[in-house]
Design a binder for this molecule. Structure first.
Ligand SMILES: Nc1ncnc2c1ncn2[C@@H]1O[C@H](COP(=O)(O)OP(=O)(O)OP(=O)(O)O)[C@@H](O)[C@H]1O
Ligand SMILES: [Mg+2]
Length: 377
């Protein structure tokens, strides 16, 4: 299992069957988080990803000591959080809105927490200067927040949290106000600092590339519950449910039927294609004739110029549409009576490009197919 831990160590952070519901208008109750359990080791970087409203921020607020769970508990270094009010909260959190002090300049904003902790003047000078250096803020120290760009304000918010050298740092969509380039740059900075300072981080996002590129492990949530936990590669390559294949992998889905199912192989037919899979790629066991859903990740198909197929895993198709985004090209290809999305890297040297209406040959890699017994979660 991806979530296996070394039991000889006390985890830095542990959530034990944590649940939270909110009362809403009309006597309605919304279950925001249900039965959430997670063990996080010291220095580990975790991202929590899921659609809007799935309970990410609520989970983070319970870890941060802002709201108590209805049931279950949050443990820090083995000690249960007490939720005794703001003065008890020691875990810094970086939010989407930076909430800088408007009447303080950059230096004072970053120094605020150190001053509150009665650090020596020289230490404050030294630590703030180091943060400004690391986060590319040198030269902005005397400016006030309204005199800074969004990206600079975000980095000041980050510096203000990092300068305290927290052991645990929480992020709630901290980069969603930034443009794509700054987001990438700040993402790298956070990752570098996290590793450099060995900070345990829990980072909430609904951005798939952020969720996969930053952490040691990803937690995928839907409707208040954890659906899958694993390294980014585990979660991306081996989605446990159709929801994960769709939300993380942007997979293509097809109705299929099982032709044969043994301990050695699973043969499935869909869209006039017959493929033999490793049963490990199937969610559960099946009988011949069972209906299944076949998920194919868009990156697992390759294209070549048309030539007569040489195996059952090569299928002719016609380009129906394409979208170029710099790093890659997403083709929509006619596939039997339906379509398939295929993403290929945009590489000026090695990869051919195709035009709309061009005949191509699709090469399927059966090892990257996944079978599910229902479309649910
Ligand atoms: N204080 C509250 N009172 C009532 N309902 C709430 C409250 N806070 C959150 N909720 C509800 O709980 C659910 C989870 O909310 P939460 O803010 O945790 O979602 P999220 O995953 O962070 O979403 P987003 O990506 O949009 O920020 C939602 O249905 C939300 O409407
Ligand atoms: Mg949120």
């Amino acid at each position: 299992m991806a979530d296996q831990q070394d039991t000889s160590r006390v985890p830095h952070l542990e959530l034990k069957s944590v649940s939270k519901a909110f009362a809403c208008a009309g006597n309605k109750v919304i279950t925001a988080v249900k039965d959430f359990s997670l063990v996080v080791q010291k220095g580990e970087a975790i991202t929590i990803i899921g659609p809007s409203g799935c309970g990410k921020s609520t989970t983070l607020r319970m870890i941060g000591g802002f709201i108590p769970p209805d049931s279950g508990e949050v443990l820090l270094d083995g000690v249960s959080l007490s939720y005794n009010g703001p003065e008890q909260r020691t875990i810094p959190m970086v939010f989407q809105s930076y909430a800088l002090f408007p009447h303080m300049n950059v230096f004072e904003n970053i120094a605020y927490g150190l001053k509150a902790r009665k650090k020596h003047r020289d230490t404050i000078q030294h630590d703030v200067a180091m943060m400004c250096q690391m986060l590319n803020l040198v030269g902005t120290e005397d400016r006030f927040p309204h005199q800074l760009s969004d990206g600079q304000q975000q980095r000041v918010a980050l510096a203000r949290a990092l300068v305290l050298k927290p052991e645990l740092l929480l992020f709630d969509e901290p980069l969603s106000n930034l443009d794509a380039r700054l987001r990438l740059q700040t993402r790298r900075e956070i990752k570098k600092m996290q590793k450099l300072l060995g900070i345990t981080t829990v980072y909430v996002t609904h951005d798939q590339s952020e969720a996969l590129s930053m952490p040691d492990r990803v937690v995928v949530m839907n409707r208040g519950a954890i659906i899958q936990v694993g390294t980014p590669r585990e979660v991306y390559n081996n989605p446990r449910t159709p929801f994960v294949a769709d939300f993380i992998g942007n997979a293509n889905f097809y109705d299929g039927k099982i032709l044969e199912f043994t301990a050695e192989k699973a043969v499935v037919t869909f869209n006039h294609l017959e493929v033999a899979l490793d049963p490990a790629q199937c969610d559960g066991t099946y009988l011949p004739g069972d209906g299944v859903f076949v998920a194919i990740l868009p990156q697992s198909v390759t294209l070549s110029s048309y030539h007569p197929p040489e195996s059952a895993y090569q299928v002719p198709g016609k380009i129906a549409g394409l979208s170029f985004n710099g790093y890659s090209i997403e083709y929509e290809v006619e596939f039997g009576e339906t379509f398939i999305r295929v993403v290929v890297p945009h590489n000026l040297t090695f990869v051919d490009e195709y035009e709309v209406k061009e005949q191509v040959l699709m090469h399927f890699h059966p090892s990257s197919f996944h079978l599910f017994d229902s479309k649910e979660t």
